[in-house]
Design a binder for this molecule. Structure first.
Ligand code: PNW
Length: 607
């Protein structure tokens, strides 16, 4: 800090000109010292994070402000699920199959499939049982107008207390696997320091309950809910300190739960460093450490990416080489299929650049561990340099590719040319220097659009088939297998409907799911892509980040008042597809369990 002590020097009131003034001179008490404060000079120094007291936890929650509490605040015992659910009938049946070539094809035994969620989006119970705040608990409360409908995630689907019923529902529907994330600040309320016993007991019971229901657990360690204390202390993902704190958290969770987990994801979509982390309110609501400046931007984006990548690779190496882990581990990647807007060489280059910035950025595990050349030449000193040791750590740090691939885009070179754009950090299209659009070259939309709260999403289910080939054969030929770790759709205006009779026949989502799965199967059986899994987003309606509760991705409708879940038509479309193409090929509810039907082996250890 550069504040200078000025004790003893006393400025006279204005207008007092020495001895001619009738105003008495100010004399300062010697009991005090004074300082020239300068808040912006303070951001070069980290705040220590060593006090893990209840008072400090209360201080963090005061930073968030008053929270909402659900009507239900204790774990609920499940009631029996129906054996038959209301479902689409004779007057509007399910959407028919799209690809007759794969009508009789069956999935292989190893296919992993189910529905997905994330801790912040479904758990609620925001400050329950010793949890610390994450940055996502803060933002909806304190960052004015940052959430489309001004809702918070304080309660959302209240899965923290309702998980037993939710798991019973998954079993009753015959769903093989559940992909979910663990809340870092439930385990470590301050991001580091002591473990929160109640949070651990909760996850112990969640795993036990999933095992008792024969549901495979696919677990993400980090789905964007960074502990707030780490922002306060050193700027979270803009500091290398985060690598050690994340590693410490990951080791704890993996050591405790590995035997119950079918596959591990270290990170959900490191691209969050672009479209979420880099736009947080640094310099106002969050401190702007590490030279980030007010509002974040490119420096925040690529520092975040750098430390995310190193944190991932550090955990992977430890898991395989020290812990001796045998479960498949990778991170999820958010990417969409990109088509050129024309046959020009410039548009082809725009497509390549878009892929480099979307998937090449975090694809070092499939290459030599380094960033793509286009990123290095365009970004210069905005992109931290990877050392030879770091590249060696990153290279090979994944067992399979996990793709969250929702939609597609056309890419065009900017009108001033790629070279001019890439040489100018102020260019509006910097750094990708490609302009993406959901319009085909003839101007017609590529598919039906989603809800306004997911304006980036267009239903383009046929894109997944060539995209799977592109990733595994062209862009990263070293990828051994690929799982579609998220796909899903938000029907327009669903949140403005207020009764199940309007909501439950979700035609666009059902249509998207049928075609999407048909195209995955075609990629596998016709194109020879080793695609080994598919997870629909989401288990039920939940908190959609900056779109709040008003944009819905659920295959089940969730009444946020009663917290009752109702399967939508899309859920039956999804189940029917796996009943048709599953290994047993029967209509039985629990159709794929032959592989890895995981049984609880023993009681959890002590804390
Ligand atoms: C994923 N895109 O985010 C997240 O993992 C989920 O938490 C989220 O709820 C879900 O998709 C639906 O949005 C994405 O722009 C965000 O292509 C943006 C994109 C893709 C996925």
């Amino acid at each position: 800090m550069s504040a200078s002590a000025t004790s003893g020097s006393v400025r006279q009131p204005s207008g007092s000109a020495g001895s001619q003034s009738s105003i008495p001179a100010i004399t300062e008490s010697t009991l005090y010292s004074t300082t020239s404060f300068n808040f912006s000079a303070g951001t070069s120094t980290y705040l220590p994070l060593t006090d893990f007291s209840n008072e400090q936890l209360a201080f963090l929650w005061d930073q968030v402000g008053p929270r909402q509490t659900a009507a239900i605040t204790t774990t609920v015992s499940p009631t029996p699920e129906p054996s038959v659910f209301p479902k689409p009938g004779n007057l509007h049946g399910l959407v028919p199959a799209y690809l007759q070539e794969v009508a009789d094809a069956k999935l292989l035994d190893d296919f992993l499939w189910g529905v997905a969620s994330a801790a912040f989006q479904v758990e609620g119970a925001v400050d329950a049982e010793g949890k610390g705040p994450s940055v996502w608990d803060l933002l909806p409360h304190r960052w004015a107008n940052s959430i489309a409908d001004n809702t918070t995630g304080d309660i959302t689907a209240n899965n923290y207390y309702l998980y037993k019923q939710d798991n019973a529902r998954l079993k009753a529907l015959g769903i093989q696997s559940y992909s979910f994330s663990i809340g870092w600040a439930r385990i470590f309320p301050f991001g580091r320091g002591p473990v929160n016993a109640q949070g651990v007991t909760h996850y112990d019971d969640l795993f036990a309950n999933l095992m008792d229901n024969d549901i495979k657990a696919v677990v993400t360690l980090f789905h964007w809910d960074t502990p707030l204390a780490l922002f306060n202390s050193y700027g979270a993902w803009t500091s290398e300190d985060i690598v050690e704190d994340y590693f410490n958290y990951a080791k704890y969770v993996i050591t405790r739960y590995d035997k119950y987990v079918t596959a591990w994801y270290t990170f959900n979509e490191p691209q969050y460093c672009n479209w979420r982390f880099s736009t947080y309110p640094y310099g106002t609501i969050l401190p702007d450490y590490n030279g980030i400046g007010v509002g974040g931007g490119l420096r925040a984006r690529f520092l975040c990416g750098h430390y995310t990548l190193l944190a991932h690779a550090t955990v992977y190496k430890w898991y395989k080489e020290v812990f001796g882990g045998t479960k498949p581990m990778t991170h999820k990647t958010s990417a969409n299929y990109i088509l050129p807007n024309s046959s020009s060489a410039a548009d082809a280059e725009a497509v390549t650049r878009q892929y480099d910035f979307d998937i090449g950025w975090f694809g070092g595990m499939w290459t030599n561990g380094d960033y793509p050349a286009s990123l290095k030449s365009t970004l210069g000193d905005l992109l931290p340099t990877l050392t030879a040791d770091q590249m060696a750590l990153i290279k090979g740090s994944g067992d399979f590719y996990a793709l969250d691939g929702y939609t597609a885009n056309y890419a065009a070179a900017p009108p001033n040319g790629i070279a001019a754009c890439a040489a100018n950090r102020s260019d509006p299209n910097f750094p990708e220097c490609s302009i993406t659009s959901p319009l085909q070259p003839d101007g017609f939309p590529e598919g039906p659009n989603a809800d306004a709260g997911a304006s980036w999403l267009w239903s383009t289910p046929q894109a997944i088939r060539p995209f799977l080939s592109f990733i595994t054969k062209d862009y990263f030929p070293t990828v051994p297998s690929i799982v579609v770790s998220e796909f899903g759709f938000a029907d327009p205006c669903e949140a403005s409907f207020n009764s199940p009779s309007q909501i439950l026949w979700d035609l666009r989502r059902a249509d998207y799911i049928q075609s999407y799965l048909d195209n995955i199967l075609a990629a596998r059986v016709l194109d020879g892509v080793n695609v080994t899994g598919a997870f629909a987003w989401a288990i039920y309606d939940n908190y959609e980040w900056n779109s709040g509760l008003g944009t819905r991705f659920g295959l089940q409708y969730n009444n946020m008042t009663s917290q009752e879940r109702y399967p939508k038509a899309s859920m039956f479309q999804f189940l029917n597809w796996f009943q048709t193409h599953g290994t047993l090929g029967s209509g039985a509810a629990n159709i794929t369990a032959p592989v890895g039907k995981v049984k609880r082996e023993s009681a959890f250890g002590q804390l």
